[in-house]
Design a protein around this ligand. Structure first.
Ligand code: SF4
Length: 388
């Protein structure tokens, strides 16, 4: 056993669950099923609950999803958190049904551009306050506030400043029942930004996560690399392991999360040196109710198999399940695939190469990968198609 002194954070109340303060670390996961498919979502909630999920996230994007959430709420007492993404205006309808709301500062810029972001946050805070909901400010490197992205020299400083700006909004609105998450697909960036945030806002509880960590075993390896360092430093009040898994195996996120906590608190550190993660990096989203074609999960696996020949190449391939985060979160990958219902969009950096059917895509990715490797070897490292 090792002595870990956790940061003293303010307690956040999400129904019966306390996060931060002196509460034990909690573990979360997310439903990958369509929220409007009530039966499948309830089955997923029960599966996650059975494996010890303290909090279960659901995506709500429409009034139809809100209606489904009402039915779901009638059938389960599980602590639920809704991911608002771009639908902050649904906060008032959702808040009476859940224990926590999550919003992403980067997503508050897309709709109603004439409304200041602070007013949108105020709307969410009022809805949460009226119904005793907690709030998570969920900052993600792949979907940053465009203004801050322009003003800051790195994604890390833009993400940090975005989080601190929203903490200030909470203080201005006198809302205390909130916590923050700062996620990236790069585990070392997750460590750095959480350490920096913990120094700047010592009392604010942190939800830890390495986003789009991908498939097993790499997904667990990347997550451990970040979580072991942060947990051992006493940073983190709740966590989620984000893995690309078949829907029926989502509970493994909970099992792995608990195991990492147990290992760290027993002094067992299993993470590999960061250098061993060099070479081909495949990031893939953990999937949620927004997945547009379930074939995405199999595709991520096929991309991994197909690209094994390039294991030593310093190339990142991103595979995303939907149009909400797919287009933005593939921008910084060398090759990005984001999945639509009947086709897959293939990108090189931020540029679209084309749309391909699920049958064609793998051959096309292989071709792009070969071209990219050849270009790198010829010293044409820039990935923009016009430069290669
Ligand atoms: S990329 Fe889309 S499908 Fe994947 S987890 Fe994010 S929102 Fe869900």
């Amino acid at each position: 056993m090792i002595q870990i002194k956790r940061r003293k954070t303010h307690p956040v109340q999400a129904g019966k669950l306390t996060i931060g303060g002196s509460a034990p670390l909690s573990v979360q996961s997310m439903c990958a099923t369509r929220t409007s498919d009530i039966e499948a979502t309830l089955k997923q909630i029960r599966l996650l609950e059975k494996h010890g999920a303290d909090l279960i996230r659901i995506a709500v994007d429409s009034r139809k999803d809100v209606a489904a959430l009402k039915e779901i709420r009638r059938e389960t007492d599980a602590a639920l958190v809704v991911d608002l993404q771009e639908s902050y205006r649904l906060a008032r309808d959702i808040a009476p049904l859940v224990q926590k709301l999550r919003y992403n500062p980067g997503h508050l810029h897309h709709h109603k551009k004439e409304t200041p972001v602070f007013e949108k946050v105020k709307y969410i805070v009022e809805a949460a306050g009226e119904h005793n909901c907690a709030i998570r400010i969920g900052v993600n490197f792949g979907s940053l506030d465009p203004g801050l992205k322009e003003k800051n020299s790195s994604a890390l400083s833009a993400a940090l400043n975005s989080a601190l700006q929203h903490v200030e909004y909470m203080q201005k609105l006198n809302f205390k029942n909130f916590l923050v998450s700062l996620k990236s697909s790069d585990p070392l960036a997750v460590v750095e930004i959480n350490r920096k945030f913990a120094e700047s806002a010592p009392n604010v509880p942190l939800h830890l996560g390495v986003t789009e960590a991908g498939m097993l075993p790499q997904g667990e390896i990347k997550t451990r690399l970040a979580f072991e360092k942060l947990l051992a430093a006493g940073i983190g009040d709740t966590l989620r392991v984000s893995l690309t898994l078949p829907f029926s195996e989502k509970y493994r996120e909970i099992e792995i999360g608990r195991k990492i906590i147990e290992d760290v608190y027993s002094g067992r550190f299993l993470s590999v040196p960061a250098e061993t993660l060099k070479g081909l990096n495949i990031i893939s989203c953990p999937s949620c109710s927004r997945v547009e074609n379930e074939a995405f999960i199999e595709l991520a696996e096929q991309v991994r198999e197909m690209s094994r020949f390039a294991a030593s190449e310093d190339i990142t391939i991103a595979v995303m399940g939907c149009r909400v985060n797919g287009p933005g979160e593939t921008d910084s990958a060398d090759l990005g695939l984001w999945c639509a219902p009947s086709h897959v969009n293939l990108k090189r950096g931020s540029q679209l190469v084309g749309k391909f059917s699920y049958n064609e895509i793998l051959t096309r990715v292989r071709q792009e990968l070969n071209d990219l490797i050849t270009a790198k070897r010829n010293g044409k490292i820039g990935i923009a198609p016009d430069k290669v």
